[in-house]
Design a binder for this molecule. Structure first.
Ligand code: NCD
Length: 314
């Protein structure tokens, strides 16, 4: 996407990992790795964004993404305004574009945008003034690039930088998942050895999303020997009725249990972007067990978002 990169290859907005050059992606991951200590609050606040105002513009609920962007911006010295559609003039029908333009007129330079519609972040990026940056924090089912980056950083820390040795398995509601799409883009760019995708037919996308993946419905078979299991939330808010017969059936067929996990490689790790439906996508034993990198993902989210904010705005 040319909108996010200028002719010198400089990143202006972050809208998708699709087509983002490997060097750009790796540079962001390297930077996030370096600032991890600061990200976890162990060193003094940095000052690279002092005087910059950033707005989290959220038209959908969020816990992790919004707070970690806010923490990341504050740890870089920025001022942060949190816009919540449910308590704003969006309730009176003001559009996302008008909302952004008004905040831009107050001097906001960075917009972190979450929106239920595909392409919303890109649409806003097309309309920003010179020097204003848009970061996609999840649009519809399309993309969630910082989640893709933090997942890659988490795997890299656990398994090393050579993804060509690794077998990945993405499980569940891929159809409605922007996380899965961003993970797939990054895994292809980083040269993952094998990418398997598993879920009920009704929850797998029919478009070209799964090109280059091994796709199957039998979870136990797909788990054999994998190094990294990436679980997804059932996105019931984006689902037509009836795609999943019942949560019990879903858990029986696609729920990750400790017993099931024995089929994976002995040192396999488990990721989930949150929020977890405990007892549906995975048991407590898995979510809280030694394989789980779920909270590591959350910590890495701050580091990744610091690296992204600094790259785009400092
Ligand atoms: C994800 C999202 O909103 O896309 N959550 C997150 O950002 N960590 C995944 C989800 O809601 O299932």
């Amino acid at each position: 996407m040319s909108l996010q990169l200028d002719s010198n290859g400089r990143l202006h907005h972050l809208l998708t990992l699709d087509g983002l050059p490997k060097e750009t992606l790796c540079r962001l991951l390297d930077r996030a790795g370096q600032i991890r200590d600061a990200a976890l609050g162990r060193t003094h606040k940095r000052d690279s964004l002092v005087g910059t105002t950033i707005c989290t513009l959220f038209f959908e609920p969020s816990t992790r993404t919004r707070s970690s962007f806010q923490i990341a911006a504050q740890r870089l010295g920025a001022d942060v305004v949190n816009f919540d559609a449910s308590t704003s003039s969006a309730r009176k029908g003001e559009t996302a574009l008008d909302t952004m333009r008004n905040l831009e007129a107050m001097g906001v330079r960075g917009f972190v945008v979450r929106h239920p519609e595909d392409g919303a972040a890109e649409m806003l990026a097309e309309h920003t003034g010179e020097g204003t940056t848009v970061i996609n924090a999840g649009d519809g089912r399309s993309a969630h690039p910082t989640q893709g980056l933090l997942d890659m950083l988490t795997v890299r820390q656990a398994k090393g930088p050579d993804f060509s040795r690794l077998k990945f398995l993405i499980v569940g509601d891929v159809k409605h998942s922007r996380v899965a799409r961003s993970d797939l883009h990054a895994l292809h760019t980083l040269g993952a050895g094998e990418v398997r995708v598993c879920g009920p037919d009704a929850l797998l996308p029919g478009d070209g999303t799964l090109a280059g993946c091994e796709v199957g419905a039998d979870f136990d078979a797909m788990l054999e020997g994998v190094d990294v299991v990436m679980m997804l939330r059932l996105q019931r808010e984006r689902m037509e009725e009836g795609l999943v017969a019942s949560l019990d059936d879903y858990h029986r067929d696609y729920g990750l249990t400790a017993a099931r996990l024995r089929r994976a490689a002995p040192d396999a790790v488990v990721l989930h972007p949150g929020p977890i439906n405990r007892g549906v996508e995975m048991t407590d034993e898995v979510a809280d067990g030694p394989w789980s990198l779920v909270l590591r993902q959350v910590s890495n989210g701050v580091a990744v978002r610091m690296a992204v904010l600094e790259t785009l705005l400092a």
